[in-house]
Design a protein around this ligand. Sequence first.
Ligand code: NAP
Length: 281
Amino acid sequence: MNSTYKNPLLKSMKIGFVGAGHMTQALIKGMIQSKSVRADQIIVSNRTPGKLIKLSETYGVQTRDYNEQVVEECDVVVLAMKPQDMPGAIESIAGAFTEHQIIISLAAGIPFSTLTRQISDGRLVRLMPNTPSIIGRGVLGFMSQKPDDYVTATVEDLFSSLGVVMQVDTEEKFDALMISCSSGTGFVFELMMYWQDWIEEHGFSEEWARKMTVETFLGASLLAAESEGIEIEELQSRVSSKKGVTAAGLQSMREMEIERAVRFCFEKAAMRSKEISNGSK
Ligand SMILES: NC(=O)c1ccc[n+]([C@@H]2O[C@H](COP(=O)([O-])OP(=O)(O)OC[C@H]3O[C@@H](n4cnc5c(N)ncnc54)[C@H](OP(=O)(O)O)[C@@H]3O)[C@@H](O)[C@H]2O)c1
């Protein structure tokens, strides 16, 4: 058990999850494996029972048949349904929240203004993990509806074993973090697929092409991570010599306006997020 909590009360707190899908499973796995919380502190409910049985067997967490039970028993409640399921799920539990509870919404595209239409009690937090959280290399952005040291300490204690936990102070920044880091993980995979395809077209097996792609992205990321204080542009210039092979490739990337394509992708994702916020399915 972690002995360096910012919130000393954490070890006696109950952490609830309403919804037992992919993200809940990833968060629970990370929290238990890193010992940031014990299995007996976690209580989970879900719309249908299948995932609960698996979670209980795998991690020893407690499960409940009804969402209301999780809300009634827990100090922190993570709302982990798909955004479109959120309003219906909240409707039946909104009245059970209490003033001191920390309520963490994972829903992409649902702003505080919408959440507070249904939830009037509790300390509301939006949290945006990305899938590398599964291996402890996530970026987890969070924002409290109202600045609150107790909430900040609790969220950091609960999730820092899953990656870098970053608090933001506006929903604009929260959305930018969601697009660049959560959706961004998907965008990076898209690039990796092009990389792998090209390598395979040049005679390598799928296995090797995948390995070469992954190691190239990983190596570049780790080099950047370990080169603190050195601009990424400088790292790039060290790979490239004037009129050389890399320079020719980079020139083509610029002529093809890859930056514009990436910016366009981010802006499209931002527009979709706004549409979801405005109630579009
Ligand atoms: N996956 C990601 O990479 C990611 C990243 C950041 C944030 N998020 C956010 O995390 C949330 C969950 O995503 P996910 O990928 O984990 O989705 P998911 O795998 O579809 O899981 C959602 C779970 O919610 C359950 N559920 C639906 N309605 C419910 C209700 N009324 N009461 C109790 N449980 C209910 C579903 O139950 P059934 O088993 O019956 O379907 C399902 O197990 C979303 O809001 C998403 O925006 C996800």
